[in-house]
Design a protein around this ligand. Structure first.
Ligand code: ZN
Length: 117
């Protein structure tokens, strides 16, 4: 009667538990990486939108019109939160774009860049 309770786990039972745990851990890691990448992309886009808002305020305060040289001068003079993974923030095709997160597609209008009016 007492031998049943002192038996413990067999090697196969332990291996089965380890296999199940490793499968669960790999699923969690895969979802975490996707979540982190999506969050970085959203932060990058929000930073670019905030940059456009600050730049428009700057234009109103200075009483000047938007031009490419004015924007480049503004970007040089002001420290701005950019891409969380250090993508290069640049002004091309009348939009603020990130070298990592902006998908450039010639056929379809770009939805990732933040336009400047
Ligand atoms: Zn970015």
């Amino acid at each position: 009667m007492f031998e049943i309770f002192n038996k413990g786990f067999t090697l196969i039972e332990m291996l089965l538990v380890l296999a199940i745990l490793s499968i669960l851990i790999s699923i969690v890691v895969i979802f975490s990486v996707d979540y982190i990448e999506k969050t970085e992309e959203e932060v990058c886009e929000l930073n670019r939108r905030q940059l456009v808002n600050k730049y428009q305020s700057y234009l109103m305060l200075e009483g000047t019109e938007h031009s490419e040289s004015t924007l480049k001068q503004y970007l040089q003079e002001n420290v701005i939160d950019g891409c969380p993974i250090n993508g290069k923030i640049d002004y091309t095709n009348k939009e603020i774009q990130c070298s990592v997160h902006t998908i450039i597609n010639d056929d379809v209008e770009n939805e990732e860049g933040v336009p400047i009016l």
